[in-house]
Structure formats: C-alpha cells, structure tokens
Design a binder for this molecule. Structure first.
Ligand code: ADP
Length: 275
C-alpha cells in the first residue's frame, strides 16, 4: 500500500540519477537549550532527520526526552538555539513573524489532546474557522467542508455544538478543522490521549485515511505503542538525541511488538513511566 502511495507522488532525482522522494521536513543539527547561559538545560542536542512527503512518522520517548520541544520548534511555536528546520525547502527557522503566521495558517494543521473547539460555534463553523481569514468563496468553503466531513464520517454531526458531541466525535471535528486548510503537514500531539480505546482506534483509522487518501504528511507524538503502531516509522528520542528508529515492515501487530521492545530498551516512555 505504501509503495502504491509513493508511486503517485512527485519523484525527484538526485545527482546520481537515483529516484528521491520530495523531502517534506528537514531537521538539521537542531539544538535547544533552556535556562541561563551558566546552567543551561539541553532539551535537544544536535538532532537531524528527514520526513518525506506522505510519510506518517511517530515520535516517542520518555518524559523529558525533548518531544514537546521538538514539536514546538517544528510547528513554529518556538525557536531553536542552533540548527535549522526546512519545510518543503523553506527555512522556517529564518522566517519573519508575519511570514511565519501566514505559513503556519496555510501549510500546517494541528491536532492536540485538547481539541480547542469553540463551544459557541457548531461543528461546521468550528471546521471553517481556519478558513475565515482566507479569501475564499463560499462555494469553495462548502466544498472543502463536505470533503473533510465525508472523509471523517461527520456529515451527520455538522450542525451540532461541541457539548452535543462525544469526546471521540469532538476529536474528529478537530481533525477535520486541521485538514480543511489542506495542510502540507499535520502535527498531532497525543491526539488519542483523552479518547477511550474505541474512539482512539476510530481516530487512528481516520488519520490513516488522511495520510493515504489525502497524502497528508503526519508527524505524531505519543506515549502509546498502540497509537504509534499506525505510523510508518518511529523516531525514539532520549535525552535530546535520536536514540533509534523503527521502521514498519510487516503487519501492524508486528510493528506494535517492535515498538514495545524498543520502549523497554530505552527504559520508560510507557504511560506508567510518564508520571
Ligand atoms: P518531553 O515532551 O519529551 O517530555 P520536553 O521537550 O517537555 O520533553 O522537555 C525536555 C527537557 O527540557 C526537560 O528536561 C524539560 O525539563 C526541559 N524544558 C522544557 N521546557 C522548558 C522550559 N520552558 N524551560 C526550562 N526547561 C524546559
């Protein structure tokens, strides 16, 4: 399935004429320190990795490993101490504020543990919110909502207000809101964190659909091996460095087992260890 998905994508050739997928995210020698110069806390220590277009990549690691710091830099909320991040070849770490907010709004989608839906707006208006500042015709907006609603199976829920929706349904509305801008990258931070296992599985299946049908590149942070097993590849972070990488081959079940093994090796990162 993955091979088929990649086959439809733009293929570049490198100097040696080999086929190369377009790089969606390039992280180069990224470091981030907090605190004073005299006693800095190194949250990220010279991290480099690449995410290709259409990949579904997970980030795991014990509490304090640097996951949030990394996500905040990638999603342009925070700046690194050193190094750079390129999204579709654009160096976001060098962008000016005005350019950055435009970039964030148009190119990035966010799904968090807290859905941040607005209670006084119905589901449809919540989904449309990111488009409110765009100059878009009403027809185009309607078309976009219909498309994401169909994809996430929320067509029947569009008129409801957040307090008339289940937790799982609310997270699907939040996912639709992230997708409606047709972002280049979707950042998901513990998206299943407040869901029961049935709703979590549903959401993960929808994320997979977004990834496979919409070719959305997804970067997901999670503590949960089950959630992680939906990814193509997991980067394990520990003490601010990439400790290892596990690539999915074979079934999701096999991948799940590999993720659990790696968590045991890394020492922590499971829900029980996070507290
Ligand atoms: P994770 O998300 O993997 O739990 P974080 O990125 O939150 O890890 O934290 C990495 C390290 O950076 C930890 O040691 C944490 O205490 C430190 N840290 C994170 N944010 C701040 C901050 N705003 N000020 C000082 N230290 C921070």
């Amino acid at each position: 399935q993955i091979v088929r998905r990649y086959a439809t994508m733009q293929i570049n050739r490198n100097e040696r004429g080999e086929e190369e997928l377009e790089k969606m995210i390039e992280v180069k020698h990224l470091s981030k320190s907090y605190g004073s110069k005299l006693s800095p806390v190194k949250a990220l220590d010279n991290i480099s990795f690449t995410v290709e277009e259409g990949e579904f990549v997970g980030i795991m690691g014990p509490s304090g490993a640097g996951k949030t710091t990394l996500m905040n830099i990638l999603s342009t909320i925070n700046l690194p101490t050193m190094g750079s991040v390129l999204i579709q070849g654009k160096e976001i770490t060098k962008m000016k504020n005005s350019e950055l907010s435009d970039f964030r709004r148009k190119k990035l989608g966010f799904i968090f543990q807290e859905f941040n839906l607005i209670d006084t707006l119905n589901a449809k208006d919540n989904i449309l919110l990111p488009l409110a500042v765009e100059r878009m015709t009403k027809e185009e907006m309607e078309k976009r909502v219909r498309h994401v609603a169909q994809l996430l199976n929320i067509e029947e829920l569009l008129k409801r207000y957040p307090d008339e929706l289940s937790v799982g349904q609310r997270q699907r509305i939040a996912a639709a809101r992230a997708l409606v801008v047709q972002p280049q990258v979707i950042f998901a931070d513990e998206p299943t964190g407040s869901l029961d296992s049935k709703s979590a599985t549903e959401l993960l299946n929808y994320l997979q659909t977004m990834n496979q049908k919409e070719k959305a590149t997804i970067l997901l942070v999670t503590h949960d091996p089950y959630t992680a097993s939906y990814c193509d590849r997991i980067l394990f972070i520990k003490d601010g460095v990439i400790f290892s990488e596990v690539v999915r081959r074979g079934t999701r079940r096999e991948f799940f087992e590999k993720v659990i093994d790696m968590q045991a090796t890394i020492g922590g990162g499971g829900k029980m260890n996070a507290v």
